[in-house]
Ligand binder design. Structure first.
Ligand code: ASP
Ligand code: MG
Length: 421
């Protein structure tokens, strides 16, 4: 048993979807295929939800029509004759459901409406994918993940009920593999015990693949991306990136913590807990070895791993009466940050002050600073960047910090961090 996850980019065009055939043909079965929405569909659906909640009915309608046309054109690029007609009918049903969600939006909270609409992107893409594979002789069974993945009703960030979901996986998914070598389902979505659709947070398909994979007892999970594997830095921000052939779960969690947008952070836990390796493979060239993420990596000879978090604000919190920032004061300051749900990305304290680097979210920082100002003076240093280098060497530190103004610097044996201007 193995799991393949295909993200939006891998199916952005009919040509891309066609190019996935050999990948699936060559895959050992049983194979669970977890799929995201086509290309940037999720972003487009967010705009539908936005118009719906603002009661901009015509705007929502025209956005839906545009999506409908895109999906039908896409399907027409892959399927023919009766098969296309049947698929069109199935897509039409999903678009009707979308229109209903828009029509009824007024009486509900935004997050609920969002999930009823945005979850449909994955239903559309998997319908097309499943029909297309069947047409090409890759017989498969389509499953609605909302019948499998049970969540609470924290819409847009739904938490999975793992006990119930495991039961569904064992009772509903496993038996299907008796008659079908391939099962196609959606990432990113689930449903509540009242059958309302939920989403697991943006980019949540990786997590779905890992979760269902671990519940199926898969030998491995592979995520197919447009890069050759996991790189030691974001290639959009740094030149001379290096691919990492093997990396531990621990290291990937660290990277995600410092802000690397590599893999959805929730993905690692179920795989780690069940000792299932995660492969990051390239759909543009399946012969490339990719990266394997696994519990133990024999030689931890990692290259310097670089993570840059832009758009940071450095807050300096100074006690008004010049009293020392002792443990009780620290815990009071932390409590205020926690209350405003502002995550501290880096922190350092001195005699009468504390410095904290946080994401520039004015909606959160504004009220936070107001609260802090009751007992403290607060200074803000805007437009900073947080640079983290794991497994650093002097040459890399030099290269990345020369000519920059260093506002804050911290080093441990493995990790160097700088707040830079
Ligand atoms: N389609 C969803 C998103 O774009 C989920 C995913 O791609 O993982 O956020
Ligand atoms: Mg996506």
């Amino acid at each position: 048993m193995q799991v393949y996850k295909f993200g939006g980019a891998s199916i952005a065009t009919p040509e891309r979807m066609t190019a996935l055939l050999p990948i699936i043909q060559d895959a050992a079965q049983p194979l669970l295929v977890v799929v995201s929405a086509l290309g940037k569909t999720t972003n487009a659906l967010e705009l539908v939800a936005d118009a719906a909640i603002k009661n901009e009915v015509e705007l929502a309608k025209s956005r839906i029509s545009e999506l409908e046309k895109q999906h039908i054109d896409y399907a027409a690029g892959l399927l023919k004759g009766d098969k296309l007609e049947q698929l069109k009918q199935e897509l039409a049903l999903i678009f009707t459901e979308m229109q209903w969600a828009v029509d009824g939006a007024g009486q509900f909270a935004f997050d609920y409406v969002y999930d009823q609409i945005v979850s449909l992107g994955e239903l559309l893409s998997t319908n097309i994918f499943s029909h297309y594979l069947n047409q090409e002789g890759l017989n498969n069974t389509w499953m609605d993940a909302r019948d499998i993945v049970r969540t609470n009703n924290t819409y847009r960030d739904a938490q999975v009920d793992e006990v119930y979901t495991q039961k569904q996986v064992s009772e509903k998914v496993l038996p299907v593999f008796q008659r079908s070598g391939i099962v196609v389902t959606q990432g990113f979505i689930g449903s509540t015990d009242e059958n309302n659709s939920t989403t697991l947070g943006r980019e949540g398909s990786d997590y779905s693949a890992a979760l269902i994979g671990s519940m199926l007892g898969a030998e491995k999970v592979s995520i197919w991306k447009d890069v050759e594997g996991l790189l030691n830095a974001d290639p959009r921000l740094f030149s001379d990136t290096q691919k990492i052939p093997e990396i531990s779960f621990y290291e990937v969690i660290e990277m995600a913590y410092y802000g690397a947008q590599v893999i959805h952070p929730k993905t690692i836990k179920p795989l780690h807990n069940n000792g299932i390796p995660l492969y990051v493979k390239c759909f543009l060239d399946k012969s490339l070895p990719g990266t394997v993420i696994k519990p133990e990596v024999a030689t931890e000879n990692y290259p310097p791993i670089i993570v840059l978090k832009k758009d940071q604000v450095l807050l300096q919190v100074i006690s008004k009466d010049y009293s020392f920032v002792t443990e009780d004061v620290l815990s009071e300051i932390y409590e205020i940050f926690a209350r405003h749900k502002v995550k501290i990305n880096i922190m350092q304290n001195a005699a009468i002050s504390l410095v904290a680097g946080v994401d520039n979210r004015e909606d959160k920082i504004g009220p936070l600073v107001e609260d802090l100002k009751q007992n403290y003076n607060v200074r803000r240093n805007e437009r900073a960047e947080l640079l983290t280098i794991r497994h650093y060497d002097e040459a890399t530190l030099q290269k990345l910090t020369t000519g920059r103004k260093v506002l804050l610097e911290q080093k441990t044996r493995r990790t160097a961090q700088f707040v830079l201007k």
